[in-house]
Design a protein around this ligand. Sequence first.
Ligand SMILES: NC(=O)c1ccc[n+]([C@@H]2O[C@H](COP(=O)([O-])OP(=O)(O)OC[C@H]3O[C@@H](n4cnc5c(N)ncnc54)[C@H](OP(=O)(O)O)[C@@H]3O)[C@@H](O)[C@H]2O)c1
Length: 255
Amino acid sequence: MSKVCLVLGAGRGIGATVAKKFALEGFHSYLCRRSDQSALEESIAEIKNQGGLASGELIDATKEHVIEELIEKIEKDIGAIEVLIYNLGAQSGFKNLAETSLKEFEWGWKMASQGLFRATKILCPLMVNRGSGTIIATSATAAMRGNKNQHSHAAAMGARRLFCQTLNDEFASQGIHVAHVIVDGMVDAPDTLGKILGPELFEELRTKKGKSNDGLILPEKIAEAYVFLHNQHRSTWTHEMDLRSFSDSSWWNSV
Ligand SMILES: NC(=O)c1ccc[n+]([C@@H]2O[C@H](COP(=O)([O-])OP(=O)(O)OC[C@H]3O[C@@H](n4cnc5c(N)ncnc54)[C@H](OP(=O)(O)O)[C@@H]3O)[C@@H](O)[C@H]2O)c1
């Protein structure tokens, strides 16, 4: 049996890159994403080519029982999930209140906090029994500030942030390190930002702001921060971390 890093939301931005980094640390990384089978296989092959252990599957994490059954299956067949990376985003575009449907609002909540609730409800007791575990939730500026036309996203991510705090309050003293990571800026992420912008605009953005300009947050550098969080000594745990490019204003200073 292996020690497992489960990544929920393993696109080729943060999710699969974090999976790759944990595989280098000796974990069997289990990658889950919703729809792109060939990209999933590509990410798994990259990890195997670097000598790591990886597998994964397509899931819709918003569907009833999916997360619960997934966790049970991995614990039985592969090994103890020592690290959970909850990386599902809840961005559904910029819309005013009239344009924001109830369905979309509920979807945001399912992605941002209900899924994390479902995953931790089953995983935390297992981690408590083992006396250790790391849960890292990727988050966003929207968890800190309600921007215009971000009703669904901000309400959802704000809930994620506070749920991470309540998890930390209950489980830190039982050996579980819960970290909420505010990604405060755009990420060089082809499967999310890249799809929202489309290939041409995304490449233009990468050329103008990203690449060697370092104005787009690099998934590899986020992955380093996640491994750092996992390896922190329990006398000095970080619960909340924020990450942004040197050239971006922080969420509390932006207009
Ligand atoms: N990208 C940014 O600019 C940015 C900025 C700030 C914060 N963040 C945060 O970063 C996290 C996402 O990281 P990322 O943007 O780099 O993306 P990523 O890790 O490259 O990809 C995330 C993946 O989540 C999968 N997914 C979506 N809905 C799902 C569902 N219902 N069930 C299972 N998987 C699902 C998608 O899979 P498929 O593609 O296969 O459908 C997608 O590829 C989110 O927490 C977001 O709030 C991102």
